[in-house]
Design a protein around this ligand. Structure first.
Ligand SMILES: Nc1ncnc2c1ncn2[C@@H]1O[C@H](COP(=O)(O)OP(=O)(O)OP(=O)(O)O)[C@@H](O)[C@H]1O
Length: 447
């Protein structure tokens, strides 16, 4: 009987022949064979979404190949990884270059040619979002409609959205893809009313195969735009066209978003993108450095990745800064040069350095209460207010998502965090002593 490594290698080879490079990277590369016992092949995958996809689309191949190699019936069993980070230690797949036609169509659809699946590094915080994006790109309108990405600033939501557009155009160059920010949608709508071109507006938005709308939190409070978007959504959805949306938070957390939109957005799949872990940040920098043909030692990449822990846009900015600094001084890029060039960045990004725990501890110290109580459920006023302040500050001073903040407060729901944030925000408008207290705590935290 051939061993598990041999069988897996053969399987990889056969998948390579039938899958696109992004699909191979998303499904096969992210899976790990664990054991082969009594003809049962156990395979570890990162999420339930991966498990479903494997079971539905990829497992027949295992039975087929297994039989060819062993003469026996091999049964695949999928288990979900125990939150292990994914390390990029496998050789890189060759890059797919966008065919010229797909590139042209992508430009027409306002897609950034750099935001493809190939340039996207898969890591712990985004592997589910990446997999969902791929499913939608390969089979638009069929599985997750709408697909909704949410998460903090600069974590790759727009990138994945564009990648879906590019992939769809690669598969079908005739596909009509439209990408807009929610503000552009609102502006187009308002202009169409002003110029009497409502019919054209509708044609533009309702005759597409894929509509990508970025940052829909900016729909908040725009009644007319929401109304129009509601009809656009319905038309596209009813015709089986794919809709992909992004926001910095879940639909039900967007203030003044109409209930009927919130409920429609929940018809599909909402996926959170969380900040990348250190390995992923290093992998992103390495990919970027390779693309720019920069010579950077590994330890320098690790150093830079260690400086910026939540926003990938800032991470890329740091690399550009180091590169510019090296060019200006005609020096090679080393860790000490990176440290010099990033020195001045550090004080202006306290947002990245504060942890929720640091905020909680400072608030406890300030109000003389126990951390246990702050994170607990007691509803006495002397604890409730500091708890709300700590949640407020966690939202204001860190990039953590609402669910993450809730979790750090003894497993509270994200809606509790929203409520607390709103409550303190409201009080701060009029309550002078609270203004002073919050300012004192902020000063203590940032000095
Ligand atoms: N996993 C990743 N691999 C490679 N590059 C990434 C990844 N995630 C993000 N980036 C890069 O980081 C930058 C910011 O990403 P993007 O604009 O997609 O973030 P966003 O989540 O849409 O942010 P915002 O909330 O500001 O709209 C882009 O240049 C993008 O290419």
């Amino acid at each position: 009987m051939p061993n598990i490594d041999y069988i897996w290698k053969e399987l990889e080879e056969s998948y390579r022949k039938i899958l696109t490079v992004p699909s191979f990277n998303a499904w096969i590369d992210q899976a790990t064979p664990i054991s082969l016992v009594n003809n049962q092949l156990t395979i570890e995958v990162p999420s339930s979404l991966h498990k479903e996809y494997w079971e539905k689309n990829l497992s027949t191949k295992i039975v087929e190949t297994g039989f060819k190699l062993t003469g026996e019936e091999i049964t695949p069993v999928f288990v979900i990884q125990n939150n292990e980070p994914i390390m990029e230690d496998k050789p890189k797949e060759e890059t797919t270059i966008l065919p010229e036609q797909a590139m042209k169509n992508g430009k027409k659809a306002y897609l950034n040619p750099k935001y493809t699946f190939d340039t996207f590094v898969i890591g712990k915080g985004n592997q589910m979002a990446h997999a969902a994006a791929l499913v939608v790109a390969e089979d638009p309108g069929a599985t997750y409609n709408p697909l909704f990405f949410y998460g903090g600033v600069g974590l790759g939501k727009t990138h994945l959205m564009h990648a879906i557009g590019h992939q769809m155009l690669m598969n079908n160059p005739e596909a009509k893809v439209k990408y807009v920010s929610s503000e552009s949608f609102a502006n187009d709508f308002i202009n169409s009313i002003k110029n009497g071109t409502s019919e054209q507006f509708r044609q533009d938005y309702r005759n597409v195969d894929l509509l990508l709308v970025d940052d829909i939190q900016f729909f908040a409070e725009k009644e007319g735009t929401q109304e129009e978007f509601f009809h656009t959504f319905n038309t596209l959805y009813n015709e089986g066209r794919q809709i992909v949306l992004t926001s910095d938070r879940l639909p039900n957390e967007i203030p003044k978003l109409q209930e009927r939109l919130v409920s429609r957005f929940a018809w599909g799949l909402s996926v959170d993108i969380t900040p990348p872990d250190l390995e992923t940040r290093i992998a992103i920098l390495r990919k970027k450095a390779d693309a720019e043909r920069l010579e950077i030692p590994e330890d320098t990449l690790s150093y830079i990745a260690g400086q910026i822990d939540s926003n990938i846009r800032e991470l890329e900015g740091a690399l550009v800064r180091v590169q510019a600094f090296a060019t200006m001084n005609s020096e090679d890029i080393t860790t000490s040069l990176a440290a010099d060039s990033l020195k001045s960045l550090r004080p202006i990004s306290p947002k990245n350095q504060l942890s929720i725990l640091a905020i909680q501890e400072k608030v406890c110290e300030y109000y003389h209460i126990d951390l246990k109580d702050l994170k607990g459920k007691r509803r006495v006023k002397s604890i409730v207010l500091p708890r709300q302040i700590a949640m407020y500050l966690s939202r204001e001073l860190t990039d953590n998502s609402l669910p993450k903040i809730g979790a750090e407060f003894g497993g509270k729901d994200h809606t509790t965090v929203i409520h607390s944030h709103e409550k303190i925000q409201q009080l701060l408008e009029t309550d002078i002593s609270l203004q002073k207290e919050v300012k004192d705590i902020k000063d203590l935290l940032t000095n």
